[in-house]
Design a protein around this ligand. Structure first.
Ligand code: NOJ
Length: 559
């Protein structure tokens, strides 16, 4: 079997199944719904889908808590539906990347049900069980903090011990130090690859190896469970035993990863993962990694350029601005207002796409990003349905109630619910997502922002995305070209070149809602130029560009 590295030329579209399209009229997105939209995806031009979890799950964390790794949750359909979906994708030249959530399982997984029964159960060591501290053993075994707030340990009456959960208490961490657990994971991966899956997005993969003895550490234990001591050994083993035998790809979710660490995970000679999602670009604009602050373009550009340079020739970047955990990019990077001026929304959505997707790496488009969907307005506390938001609010109400208003304000911007509203297909009731009341509220701006409207408008964000994707396809400069940033200290413009075999692409993006002067002093050879993409109607030659309009972007090609 030859590994083709197909992901290097792929454009991936992420589907969050519960919010994409309801196919059976129960208000919940499902696989039949996805099947009904495969032609839409083909028309968009994407070549792979990353599907967020649709496995059997009690859905405490919307499917990131899996109770059966080999079956589909009935709310999404059946395994037969899934097979029909993957065939439909493959017929259309679309590959399928499944989510692999194996740092933890659900507490309703058979392994955990067994594990909690007794201290000598054969599945006990599939998870981390420890005695409590303190006089009555009623204090957690260490100071690790769950990513969703509060202690990472839950006391269990049956055996009077605590178990570890870095996410919700219904997501107990799997013990990868146990070879049986690793063998189970290898089997699961093989099972889906044999069913035709083309790759995996590996959920919180940097957490799978915990430091021996589970010491307290810093920052809620972060340095004791991130990039742990055996992580490379475990990933290498998974690669050698299973992944290397298939022409598949992997992308690891790697919060907190540096360029140097990314190279350890993805270096071609290391046989672990193919790519990672880094978080630095998000963290560059946040306090304590998560509380969003005003976007600082200089810092953001610095992060982009650092990753472009750092992985060039050694690794491969994943290019994203949105996913199911992040706010909508026009709200995050431009204006946090669901009713933002429509012209500004469209122009900035196109400009942001241009800024990121001409870099080297695999582009990931999150459902709805291609029509410029925005954050929502949260009216009541009960509008926050995501477990992370609910847990954090719960902790704040318990320990620091005076911070509640502040917390709600922060959640307005960064709550994961922002990205999880139903996909806006048309201006009909429920945005054409479902005939029934959707599981979660539709963004009120759906009459204006939807797929049908986008097809009708030649200047839509959607049509721009289609053009951008078609330009990328098979384009050697974009795939292989060297990246070089220009004007790196400019606070409003992001300008970069991609050079390959004597040809050059120049990407110019204005992040400001105002005209910004552009005076190129780099002495370009202006021969053989063409403006291959822009978000304003212009045919200006490169040397004539003196001013960039609000959120203007242009891509010139020089041959
Ligand atoms: C990362 C996923 O993207 C997120 O949605 C989930 O809550 C956590 N991992 C836990 O699985």
């Amino acid at each position: 079997m030859v590994r083709t590295n197909w992901y290097k030329d792929a454009v991936v579209y992420q589907i969050y199944p519960r919010s994409f399209k309801d196919g059976n009229g129960d208000g919940m997105g499902d696989i039949k719904g996805i099947i009904s939209k495969l032609d839409y995806l083909k028309d968009l031009g994407i070549t792979a889908v990353w599907l967020s979890p649709c496995y059997m799950s009690p859905n405490d964390d919307n499917g990131y808590d899996i109770s059966d790794y080999r079956d589909i949750d009935p709310q999404f359909g059946t395994l037969d539906d899934w097979k029909e979906m993957i065939s439909g994708m493959h017929e259309r030249g679309i590959k399928l990347i499944m989510d692999l959530v194996v740092n933890h399982s659900s507490d309703e997984h058979e392994w955990f049900k067994e594990s909690r029964k007794s201290k000598d159960n054969p599945y006990r060591d599939y998870y981390f069980w420890r005695k409590g501290k303190g006089k009555n053993g009623k204090k957690p075994p260490n100071t690790w903090v769950s990513r969703f707030g509060g202690s990472a340990w839950e006391y269990d009456e049956t055996t009077r011990e605590y178990y570890l959960h870095l996410f919700s208490k219904k997501q107990p961490d799997l013990n990868w130090d146990n070879p049986k657990v690793r063998a189970e994971v290898q089997d699961i991966v093989k099972y889906w690859l044999d069913l035709g899956v083309d790759g995996f997005r590996c959920d919180v993969i940097t957490y799978i190896s915990k430091t021996e003895g589970l010491p307290n550490g810093f920052l809620g234990g972060d340095n004791m469970f991130t990039h742990g001591p055996n992580i490379h050994k475990y990933l290498n083993e998974l690669n050698e035993k299973v992944l290397s035998k298939y022409d598949c790809m992997t992308v690891g979710e790697a919060s907190g990863v540096t360029v140097e660490q990314a190279l350890l995970y993805t270096g071609e000679d290391r046989h672990e993962l193919d790519t990672v999602f880094q978080f630095e670009q998000v963290e560059a604009n946040a306090y304590f990694r998560i509380i969003p602050k005003k976007v600082n373009l200089k810092k953001t550009k610095h992060v982009f350029s650092k990753w472009q340079a750092g992985l060039y020739g050694h690794g491969w970047n994943s290019l994203y601005l949105e996913n199911h955990d992040q706010p909508r990019c026009v709200s995050r990077y431009i204006v946090d207002n669901p009713n933002m001026d429509d012209f500004c929304r469209k122009q900035s959505a196109k400009m942001l796409a241009t800024a990121i997707y001409f870099q080297q790496g695999t582009p990931y488009i999150y459902q709805g990003q291609e029509i410029g969907m925005t954050n929502i307005e949260f009216e009541n506390e009960s509008d926050h349905v995501d477990i992370m938001a609910r847990n954090i609010l719960g902790q704040i109400k318990k320990y620091a109630p005076f911070l509640k208003r502040f917390a709600l304000k922060v959640l307005d911007i960064f709550s994961r619910d922002n990205a999880r509203t139903p996909m806006q297909w048309n201006a009909d009731e429920n945005a054409g997502f479902s005939d029934a009341e959707p599981w979660y509220r539709v963004n009120k701006n759906y009459k204006k922002i939807n797929v049908e409207e986008s097809y009708a408008d030649k200047n839509s964000v959607l049509n721009f995305f289609k053009k951008l994707i078609s330009i990328r396809k098979g384009n050697e400069i974009i795939i292989k070209g060297e990246y070089r940033e220009l004007y790196d200290s400019h606070k409003d413009l992001y300008v970069y070149d991609r050079d390959y075999n004597g040809a050059k692409l120049r990407v110019i993006c204005n992040f400001k809602n105002k005209d910004v002067k552009y005076a190129d002093s780099a002495g370009m050879a202006y021969a053989g130029q063409s403006l291959i993409l822009s978000n304003y109607d212009t045919d200006e030659k490169y040397e004539e560009v003196k001013v960039l309009k609000p959120y203007e972007c242009r891509v010139y090609m020089f041959t």
